[in-house]
Design a binder for this molecule. Structure first.
Ligand code: FES
Length: 173
């Protein structure tokens, strides 16, 4: 996914500012990356390059760290964040099938964002609604007993809502 020049600029400035508060000890790499993600919602390639230069390690090593820990996102989060619970109860009740349904339907993989930035997909640990497993959160709203058909229904309902909001806004003009 491409990011805009403006986003790139913000990412570089933010990362440089964070790096300036840490010395170049490599133990600081993960805390800095976590802070970049907290501020930007993801860790873009330019932030990895900045961190690599600061800690004097190859950029590919920073990339390796980011992809090793699945807490990190490489792309900006979508307007609608779809979080699939991968806790034990959800896993036992077919969370991986639900994951595949979302991936196929949105044409992206886990951790990615659709090209129009409408949706992003991520895994989460148990969200505490195990009796409703398998569970999906859409922008913090919990949906339980998800099936592949319900995935289609949720996307359809969301698109309808969006359409209605658009029409409402057009009428107000
Ligand atoms: S395991 Fe998914 S809600 Fe608990």
């Amino acid at each position: 996914m491409k990011i805009t020049e403006e986003e790139k600029k913000i990412a570089i400035e933010t990362t440089r500012q964070l790096l300036s508060t840490y010395n170049d000890s490599r133990g600081n790499l993960i805390p800095v990356l976590q802070q970049v993600q907290n501020k930007l919602g993801y860790v873009p390639a330019v932030a990895m390059e900045e961190a690599a230069a600061h800690f004097n390690v190859p950029a590919v090593d920073v990339y390796g760290v980011i992809t090793f820990y699945n807490q990190f996102r490489l792309t900006p989060p979508g307007k609608n964040q779809v979080k699939i619970c991968m806790g034990t109860a959800c896993h036992m009740r077919g969370a991986h099938i639900i994951q595949e349904s979302w991936e196929r339907r949105l044409n992206i993989k886990m951790g990615e964002t659709t090209e129009d930035r409408e949706y992003s997909l991520e895994r989460v640990a148990c969200v505490g609604c195990c009796t409703m497993a398998p569970v999906v959160l859409i922008n913090e709203e919990v949906h339980g007993k998800i099936t592949p058909t319900r995935v289609d229904g949720l996307i359809f309902a969301h698109q309808l809502d969006k359409q209605k909001a658009k029409e409402g806004a057009a009428q107000d003009e």
